[in-house]
Design a protein around this ligand. Sequence first.
Ligand SMILES: Nc1ncnc2c1ncn2[C@@H]1O[C@H](COP(=O)(O)OP(=O)(O)OP(=O)(O)O)[C@@H](O)[C@H]1O
Ligand SMILES: [Mg+2]
Length: 220
Amino acid sequence: MLKTRIDYYNDIIKHINFDKTRDNYCVKFYKYDNEKKLFRIGNSIVVEYKIGTPASRGAIHLGKFRDENKKLYKFAIKISSVSSKSEIENKMIDIATKAVLNQSSPHFLMSYGYGLCVVKSSIKSSFVKSNTNDSNDKKEKPIYFLNKRRRRKYYVYLNELANGDLKEFDLNVKTTKKITDNKVAQIYLSLMFFYKETGCYHCDMHNGNLLYKTVKKGIY
Ligand SMILES: Nc1ncnc2c1ncn2[C@@H]1O[C@H](COP(=O)(O)OP(=O)(O)OP(=O)(O)O)[C@@H](O)[C@H]1O
Ligand SMILES: [Mg+2]
């Protein structure tokens, strides 16, 4: 499982390589897909519908990319306004990714990279226009979350996709004592790994910030 995750990471970063000196990783309107608006970052990354529990500072979307052999890669795209916390968040993401790649702590999700978007004042981006969609179906209005003040400078993060968060797990998965015991053990393990790798305490631990990935029985 860990090897599969690392292979997937290596395949993705062979194709997508964020350049930290650039600031043009902006979300743009791509096309209509059965009346549903799709967005893109650059020419190859497609931003689809929102996933997960509503985010506090940004929004999480399903992201897709196809390589030259049409192999499909999926990931989570987090779009988050730049704030005083961004630098710390980026550092934590780098530490977590390294910890998975060197196989010292598998309890993190990896980052496939992140990049900055600075909206130039003369360009009226589709990102802003998309706010006018009045459908009630959240899957149909992907990029409407950042308030006006925050839309001008934001980060896009490409992260390993989880199956859901703990809130969704508790709602959707029928639990047994064995599963509950395992869940509690995994939460403690992830907190322990977080402290071990970063030397920091996690001060925002709640069921929306604990993500899970299903694995095949008996292997990790
Ligand atoms: N990699 C992922 N795979 C699947 N779902 C995700 C992923 N990342 C986030 N989510 C979903 O999106 C929700 C919000 O994400 P996240 O917690 O990263 O944003 P936030 O709450 O704005 O940020 P923060 O918790 O750092 O303040 C999560 O609760 C989860 O439901
Ligand atoms: Mg959160």
